[in-house]
Ligand binder design. Structure first.
Ligand SMILES: [Fe+2]
Ligand SMILES: [Fe+2]
Length: 288
């Protein structure tokens, strides 16, 4: 069986040890998919889960959101920080916790990978604001979860992934996703897509993540979000926040133009993200 077939089997076979998400998260995913859910419904689901509520409040009160007054309820968090953003925090932090409880061989430092992911989340959020593009989901969530496929490789295919990382380190110029496709027949973007589809995440999040390194193949309706994650990934590499397992990337000029932005505007986001550095640590701590 090829690695690709083993991966597909891992996702399809119900008896495998793939983690399941708690019921509250399934409710939130349903909320995210429906345009009929109100802020009160969302607050109700979250407030029923004490651990999740506490975590969301901790993140909402972290330095990143810079709130002048303490946010002490989920209802207030939704009003102040926003409906889509709270969904992002809930889903992102739950996926983080799901994997942080699993032991890995440390092929990639998980804390560093999450710092990279948070930085891509922040940069995606800045790009979303700057371009004024409107999405069904928050760009922050796509950024937070864009590299989750690497965690699956690390946990479920450690020997094979160790070989990929070793080979990639020795051939400086080959990007990680290309090396993954060459050696495993599947890259971390598609791996993330399969996992998130299995978890029932909305396609508006799954698809952009699936194509974040392969914009040329991305269906048109998901292209803007996928491009945003691609550019946010470049920005976070420029700021050297966390470690993604990849080399520093070339400037994705076509993607930047595709978002209607200039190199100058990207420089402004790089500056903003550099200033966010200490807030990334605070965000990571609050997610735990
Ligand atoms: Fe990636
Ligand atoms: Fe990345």
């Amino acid at each position: 069986m090829s690695i690709r077939e083993k991966v597909v089997d891992l996702i399809r076979n119900k008896s495998t040890s793939l983690p399941t998400l708690p019921v509250v998260i399934n409710n939130i995913i349903t909320t995210a998919k429906s345009d009929k859910t109100t802020a009160a419904d969302l607050a109700g689901f979250i407030s029923n889960d004490q651990a999740l509520s506490a975590r969301i409040l901790k993140i909402a009160n972290s330095a990143y959101y810079g709130q002048p007054r303490e946010i002490d309820s989920i209802t207030r968090a939704i009003i102040v920080i926003g409906f889509k953003e709270i969904i992002s925090i809930a889903l992102g932090s739950e996926v983080f916790r799901t994997f942080s409880r699993k032991s890995s061989r440390n092929l990639i430092d998980m804390n560093e990978l999450w710092k990279h992911s948070i930085a891509v989340g922040f940069a995606s959020r800045y790009l979303e604001k700057m371009t004024r593009m409107l999405f069904t989901e928050s760009a922050m969530l796509s950024g937070l979860l864009h590299d989750v496929g690497k965690i699956i490789f690390t946990l479920y295919f450690p020997d094979e992934y160790e070989a990929v990382l070793k080979e990639q380190r020795s051939t400086e110029s080959v990007p990680l996703d290309v090396m993954e496709r060459e050696m495993l027949g599947i890259d971390h973007s598609e791996m993330a897509y399969l996992l998130m589809k299995h978890w029932n995440f909305p396609e508006s999040i799954n698809r952009p993540i699936c194509f974040h390194h392969n914009l040329g193949e991305c269906p048109f309706e998901y292209l803007n979000m996928a491009t945003m994650v691609n550019v946010a990934d470049y920005i976070s590499h420029c700021c050297e926040i966390g470690i993604s397992g990849n080399h520093r990337r070339e400037m994705p000029e076509e993607a930047i133009t595709g978002l209607g932005l200039s190199a100058d505007s990207i420089d402004r986001i790089i500056e903003q993200l550099m200033a966010d550095r200490p807030r990334v640590d605070g965000f990571l701590e609050a997610m735990a």
